[in-house]
Write a protein that binds this ligand. Structure first.
Ligand SMILES: *Cc1c(COP(=O)(O)O)cnc(C)c1O
Length: 413
């Protein structure tokens, strides 16, 4: 609003006729506010140009640097292995854990299809369970109820950027001898009881650097583990199962063309072009996080009193933080407008929103493959009908956010 007034005033000062100018600016619709935008500036552009000029564009020194920086950021005694997507990272994590046909892996229904799809890559069976009504994170009771003798692992998803009840999940996993792979696509950086996600006591944690995540490399991901055996397997399978050791051990004696393929691996390595972006993004991640947190608080305050259920915040007294990758709101039962209509009306006002997520049990592939009926997911069903994600990203200015708030207030107030 302030910006609109400023620009009108500025143009009125110029030679153009004031009346026509005001009319024109009123007729012009405000620019469309996208649901998400990456926060890229000259630092990333220069880093990519430098990478291109260097002549080394695939996995090399920048990727090694990015992995090192990421590990340093987490601060734990972990290894960080860069991959070309979180999906690839989840696949590699399950492969390294030896998941295969006949195994059952428990995943929440409120997630992106990648969480379940990787289970299928290995011929195992995803077992989809309901979520907690407050956080929309995996329901620990539902996990327990879904256990069978074939259950091998759980993939908790830190929905929107708020950590799951990891103490309860890890205790359950220990009691039943299960592996835990955290899908932390939304959770960088997120703290759980003072510790960063990535340094908790699960087997593997996987982060995403997809374009709309809290930091991006265009496409990319990071596999983090404290287990050196798992790290070795992930590194091996990330690049065709080519044993680096064979080369390194004999590097002084064998010619550079020699390598050994010791497993049928994958092509999941991250390029130095992408890693160059990642190094720069990582440097800003604390500032990004502070801005996201500030915007979430602004939404909390500005949307108070509307027929909306606002997203659960982190219990800061317990040492938790929220990454605020998403700001999902739910229409309260007394709201007079339906979710789909609200999305349409916001879009007509030039505001992009999204829905996170259409639950897996509603997607044809998982509904049919897992024989799922909506009645088994009462919480997710109730959430899904009423949920939408409002735009929240560091490129948004306060004025953009004010526009979102004003439109929501106009429609629901
Ligand atoms: C984005 C996302 C993924 C996949 O990340 P990619 O890097 O695009 O493979 C996995 N799980 C969740 C919950 C996500 O939101």
């Amino acid at each position: 609003m302030a910006e609109h007034e400023t620009s009108t005033a500025a143009r009125t000062d110029a030679a153009a006729p004031a009346v026509a100018d005001v009319a024109a600016s009123e007729a012009a619709p405000p620019p469309f506010l996208p649901f998400a935008l990456p926060d890229i500036d000259e630092a990333e552009i220069e880093a990519v140009v430098a990478c291109l000029r260097s002549g080394w564009v695939t996995t090399g020194p920048a990727t090694r640097q990015f992995e090192q920086d990421f590990r340093d950021y987490l601060g734990g005694d972990v290894e960080a292995i860069a991959v070309n997507s979180a999906t690839a990272g989840l696949h590699l994590a399950l492969e390294a854990l030896g998941i295969g046909p006949g195994d059952e892996i428990i995943v929440p229904t409120f997630t992106f299809t990648a969480t379940a799809e990787v289970v299928r890559y290995l011929g195992a069976q995803p077992v989809i369970v309901d979520v907690d009504p407050v956080t929309m994170n995996i329901d620990v009771g539902a996990v327990e109820a879904a256990l069978t003798p074939r259950t091998r692992a759980i993939i908790p998803v830190h929905y929107a950027g708020l950590a799951c009840d990891m103490d309860a999940l890890l205790a359950l996993a220990r009691r039943h001898g299960l592996r835990v792979v955290e899908d932390a696509a939304h959770a960088f950086p997120t703290r759980y009881k003072g510790r960063l996600v990535g340094t908790l006591d699960s087997d593997v944690t996987v982060f995403s650097f997809y374009a709309n995540k809290t930091m991006t490399t265009g496409e990319g991901g990071m596999v983090v583990t404290r287990d050196p055996e798992l790290a070795r397997r992930v590194r091996l399978m990330r690049l065709h199962g080519i044993s680096q050791d064979a080369f390194n051990r004999y590097v002084s004696r064998t010619p550079a063309w020699y390598y050994e393929v010791v497993a049928a691996g994958f092509k999941y390595n991250l390029t130095d072009i992408a890693s160059s972006i990642g190094i720069q993004q990582l440097r800003k991640i604390d500032r990004f996080w502070q801005r996201r947190e500030q915007m979430a608080l602004r939404y909390h305050e500005a949307l108070d009193g509307l027929p909306l259920e606002l997203p659960a915040g982190a219990d800061t007294a317990a040492g938790n933080t929220h990454a605020w990758h998403l700001y999902p709101v739910r229409l309260a039962p007394q709201a007079e407008m339906a979710r789909d209509e609200l999305i349409l009306q916001l879009s007509q006002r030039g505001i992009g929103t999204s829905v996170h997520f259409i639950p897996l049990h509603r997607q044809p592939v998982w509904r049919d493959a897992c024989d799922l009926s909506p009645s088994r997911f009462p919480v997710a069903e109730r959430c899904y009908e009423r949920i939408l994600s409002l735009p929240l990203y560091t490129k948004m200015r306060d004025a953009d956010q004010d526009r979102v708030v004003a439109a929501v207030r106009e429609l629901l107030g």
